[in-house]
Design a protein around this ligand. Structure first.
Ligand SMILES: [Zn+2]
Length: 101
């Protein structure tokens, strides 16, 4: 199974580990960090999660706004969607409607 990580955070952890090691250990850690810098990035993008936030329009009634990008959706279309059609944020359809307070 592939596992994608934040390589910057990983390299920071390696540097901290290298600071605790002998000179030979630090050399190895520096080589690993150099190898990571030379690796080509995988073609992935972060998963964005959002929820539908109810808003009220005096002419159209209750609509829903994506919490990630502010895209506005009609509640009838919303029930079929698991992703925001505008930004791709993962939604859980009508089950992920923020409750009005
Ligand atoms: Zn969105």
């Amino acid at each position: 199974m592939d596992k994608y990580v934040d390589v910057g955070t990983f390299m920071t952890g390696l540097s901290i580990l290298g600071d605790k090691m002998s000179e030979n250990g630090k050399v190895v850690i520096d080589q690993v960090i150099e190898m990571l810098n030379d690796f080509e990035a995988a073609d992935v993008k972060p998963v964005v999660y959002g929820e539908w936030v109810p808003i009220y329009d005096e002419h159209l009634g209750t609509l829903y706004k994506c919490s990630a990008c502010s895209f506005i959706r009609d509640p009838y279309i919303l029930k079929e969607e698991t992703y925001c059609a505008c930004c791709g944020a993962y939604m859980n359809g009508a089950d992920n409607l923020r409750k009005s307070t």
